[in-house]
Design a protein around this ligand. Structure first.
Ligand code: CAA
Length: 283
């Protein structure tokens, strides 16, 4: 399968990162969002990241321009009518994702692969909104996308082997490492990571230690680059709560119950770095 043209849906933190690494790997990328201002913000982030590479002598100004020229603006899903793959990185909501996939199924050519960057929603259920579930697959990038090596590749119940192999090959071309995972709540990354973060929040909630102490223990004791509370702020506390709820509902096991303190912060609108306040305050 020859993948050349890519559409990335969602120009937020994840979508812009995915568009950047695709353009860097030589793909033609349509970066889609609902409004021009979201596209502009995404492109600004990409430009900033590439400029840092130029400053550090890792690429020339000309190479940066070649990469930027590979990214075009899209404000309509109809632009997916000539792409080989769509990577969806829109909001984590099953109804919205199913609606997008249903439209993409009608708009895109028959050969187009429909991939989702969902961090925990069932691929099989997203695929069920289309008439091509065998061409639907999970491609879960980690944040920040330009830095992190891993891509979890998740097969839905119907995903066929050729599609899996095409995505594995594309992931390697993006200079990332593909890891195959089956379609269970939270896949592997978030099934392991989120309960750790949730437990760190319980540790704070129960007064076992201060937030700084909890993060120090994990940073210096376990060599994690960020402590779990700092990482939760970085990911977004709403996203952390959402993923815990997916685990809780999906397994029906009380060990995945979200910490009440996490719920309280989300209700307060303290969503982490993106809102200027989470467990920590950001200027
Ligand atoms: N975009 C692009 N590049 C970035 C970046 C960003 N948002 N943040 C940092 N970088 C780059 C920096 O430019 C720097 O590059 P150079 O050394 O080449 O200049 C490099 O990353 C290191 O950055 P810093 O020196 O500023 O800071 P650091 O050493 O603390 O690293 C970090 C930053 C890479 C984010 C590191 O703290 C880290 O690995 N944190 C943990 C990240 C993590 O766990 N991610 C997974 C989250 S879970 C997830 O994504 C799944 C989900 O579904 C929720």
């Amino acid at each position: 399968m020859n993948i050349q043209k890519v559409m990335v849906i969602g120009a937020g933190q994840m979508g812009s990162g995915i568009a950047q690494v695709c353009a860097q790997a030589g793909y033609e990328v349509k970066l889609n969002d609902r409004e021009e201002k979201f596209f502009d913000r995404g492109l600004q982030t990409i430009t900033k990241n590439l400029s840092r590479n130029v400053e550090k002598g890792r690429m020339t100004e000309d190479e940066k321009q070649v990469i930027l020229n590979k990214i075009t603006k899209s404000l309509s899903l109809e632009d997916a009518n000539d792409v080989d793959i769509v990577i969806e990185a829109a909001v984590e909501n099953m109804e919205i994702k199913q609606s997008i996939f249903k439209q993409l199924d009608e708009i895109t050519p028959a050969h187009t692969i429909l991939a989702t960057n969902t961090s925990s929603l069932p691929i099989t259920e997203i695929a069920a909104a289309t008439n091509r579930p065998e061409q639907v697959i999970g491609m879960h990038f980690m944040n920040p996308v330009p830095v992190m090596k891993l891509v979890e590749i998740i097969r839905g119940l119907a995903t066929n082997d050729d599609i899996y192999m095409a995505i594995e090959e594309m992931t390697k071309k993006l200079n990332k490492v593909p890891v195959e995972v089956n379609d269970f709540p939270g896949f592997v990354a978030n099934r392991v990571l989120m309960p750790m973060i949730n437990e760190a929040i319980y540790t704070l909630y129960e007064g076992v230690a201060t937030k700084e102490a909890i993060d120090d223990v994990m940073k210096m004791g376990m060599n994690h680059p960020m402590g779990p509370l700092q990482l939760a702020d970085f990911i977004g506390l709403d996203t952390c709560l959402y993923i815990m709820e997916v685990l809780h509902d999906g397994f029906g096991d009380s060990k995945y119950r979200p910490c009440p303190l996490l719920r309280k912060y989300v209700k307060a609108g303290w969503l982490g770095k993106k809102t200027g306040r989470g467990f920590y305050i950001y200027e």
